[in-house]
Design a protein around this ligand. Sequence first.
Ligand code: ZN
Ligand code: ZN
Length: 368
Amino acid sequence: MLDLIIRNAKELNQAPVEIGIQDGKISQVAEKISEEAKREIVLGENQYLSAGWIDDHVHCYEKMNLYYDYPDEIGVSKGVTTVIDAGTTGAENIGDFYEITREKKTNVFALVNISKWGIVEQDELADLTKVQEKLVQHALIDYPDFIVGIKARMSKSVVGNNGITPLELAKKIQADNEHLPLMVHIGSAPPELSEVLAKMEKGDVLTHCFNGKSNGILDKTTNKIKDFAWDAYRKGVVFDIGHGTDSFNFQVAETALQEGLKAKSISTDIYVRNRTNGPVFDMATTMEKLHVVGYSWEEILEKVTTAPAENFHLTTKGRIEAGFDADITVFELVEEDKELIDSNGFKRTTKQQIKPIKTIIGGVVYDN
Ligand code: ZN
Ligand code: ZN
């Protein structure tokens, strides 16, 4: 007796299959499942599913003041089965964050900020005594299944007078710890983006990749992607959206696409203020923005499932395959105009919206 069977289960542009779920895992994907189950769901003709959406840049430690949210407000209720908190906490408060998240429906993982209290203050890397490799290592030992990487925020308001040094410290911590995934936030200079990208390696995640700031990837005088951004892209630096309040610009994303440069992963950088007041609102809206830029739905779905799972080594997530976690998002594509606004107030209209209908996490079904 299986726990759950999903019948008429269609991924976009694929033939319907049946998905069997047992003990929180996908146990089989087959044309026909003859076994019985405690519960069955039959998807409607206009409903599709994908592996559960993964948002690899959020802020959801609710005890913070600057950037915080509640995992289930940005996760299960929005079609997102897994969130990765991007450095809200550091070694000294990540344990409390871990405890709180055990109660949540949404899967929560975290990148540990190299600064020991995370983003308690905006300039967490202005005082380098807060960056202590030993503390980070202890956190990694204490929470090995929760911490999936490290985070360094490399922009003027965060690093103060320290220039590129915090990134050098982050790269050292990364190298000493089995080459942990590293996410780097970018913004205004100093440090110059060229310096930041020169230090980043294949697999390192550059978040806020399509921000509209002058220290971004677009040269605004020529309207071309800067050469050093192309160099980083070609060497395998992962371009991640990290939309956020200030960090997604349609023109940058469109120009990059015209030149053939695409984000690998789509993430929101969501927290309570940009969720309630915009411009982020939720993962679906962020996906619609990439659709209006010109990405296909197939590639958008890949960028919120297999891509973030690969970025952060979530080896049991991101695919609908036997043995993988039973994290699934059921959605509809609705032909209906919607106005979308980027971080700089520029607007586009999508003709097609993506609407999560059910969020399935570890085989448990939640209606949206
Ligand atoms: Zn950031
Ligand atoms: Zn962020």
